[in-house]
Design a binder for this molecule. Structure first.
Ligand SMILES: NC(=O)c1ccc[n+]([C@@H]2O[C@H](COP(=O)([O-])OP(=O)(O)OC[C@H]3O[C@@H](n4cnc5c(N)ncnc54)[C@H](O)[C@@H]3O)[C@@H](O)[C@H]2O)c1
Length: 265
């Protein structure tokens, strides 16, 4: 008899928010390659549809849906669609997040509200809707929240709104893990370091010229990343597969640092 693979997630039904690009897309791709059926949701409808076309053909299936996680009702709508298409919800990846860089002395109330609405409120209510469905199904589940090393360490000036929202994500992860443990629903966070994504590239380009950026990247890696390179979305996606699978069945309430050792420096 073949040994069971504890990392097998085939047949699971998953929702990935902000899945059209960056880390979210990396997770969708790994999940589909691993046989999971994925509802890829994103604020940007065109980008979500374009993302579907870039996915491998199975073994898992994928479907795109427009959803802004900061809006009332998006949570229930995503869960309902996943149930309708894939028969349930086994995994929720709360990946959608924004990271505008603004020093506190220039911060508007609107900016703070917007960061908290997407990074915290959206994640809390998506978790509530998916958690309720998982309890009803009675077969456990896994909720994976994208936090950041910014939850633990202010890596640069301008990320106070972002860093406090991610500290909230890490704390919320622990609170919800305690609440849902009796239902075998595990809740964990992944805290990435610097990962090369569309959003991260856009932010760097708004702050420096291409020449400055090239120098900055080399110096930054040398000074701050012991493993010698920036992260790739797939570095995060492989950890998401672990947290979605039974390989992590005794792991809940954890922050998994995936930062190439950045917090050691
Ligand atoms: N890139 C990094 O270095 C890094 C580091 C630590 C943590 N993170 C976290 O990882 C997650 C993904 O980051 P990324 O760099 O891949 O971002 P990205 O900007 O490259 O992609 C984010 C995706 O989320 C979507 N999105 C934005 N707001 C949304 C909303 N309100 N509702 C639904 N979708 C929305 C965007 O359209 C986009 O497709 C975020 O939570 C981010 O905070 C990223």
């Amino acid at each position: 008899m073949a040994a069971t693979n504890p990392f097998d997630i085939s047949g699971k039904a998953a929702i990935v928010t902000g899945g059209a690009m960056g880390i979210g897309f990396g997770i969708v791709r790994r999940f589909v390659e691993s046989g999971a059926n994925v509802l890829l949701t994103d604020l940007d409808e065109q980008a979500a549809k374009a993302a579907l076309a870039r996915l491998p053909r199975g073994p898992g299936r994928a479907e795109a849906m427009q959803a802004d996680v900061s809006l009332e009702g998006a949570d229930e709508a995503m869960v309902a669609r996943c149930v309708e298409r894939f028969g349930g919800v086994d995994v929720l990846v709360n990946n959608a997040g924004i990271y505008p860089a603004v020093p506190v002395l220039q911060m508007s109330p609107e900016l703070l509200d917007q960061v908290y609405q997407v990074n915290i409120r959206g994640l809390v209510f998506a978790s509530k809707a998916a958690g309720a469905r998982m309890i009803q199904q009675g077969r456990g589940g896994s909720i994976i929240n994208l936090s950041s090393i910014a939850a633990f360490h202010p890596s640069s000036v301008g990320l106070a709104a972002y860093g406090t929202s991610k500290a909230g994500v890490s704390q919320f992860t622990k609170s919800l893990a305690l609440e849902l443990a009796p239902h075998r629903i595990r809740v964990n966070a992944i805290a990435p370091g610097g990962v090369i994504t569309e959003g991260a590239n856009r932010q760097l380009q708004s702050m420096m010229t291409p020449e400055q950026e090239a120098v900055w990247r080399v110096e930054y890696v040398k000074a701050k990343i012991p493993l010698g390179r920036f992260g790739d979305p797939d570095d995060i996606a492989r950890v998401a597969v672990f947290l979605a699978s039974s390989a992590s069945e005794y792991v809940t309430g954890s922050d998994v640092l995936v930062d190439g050792g950045m917090l050691l420096t």
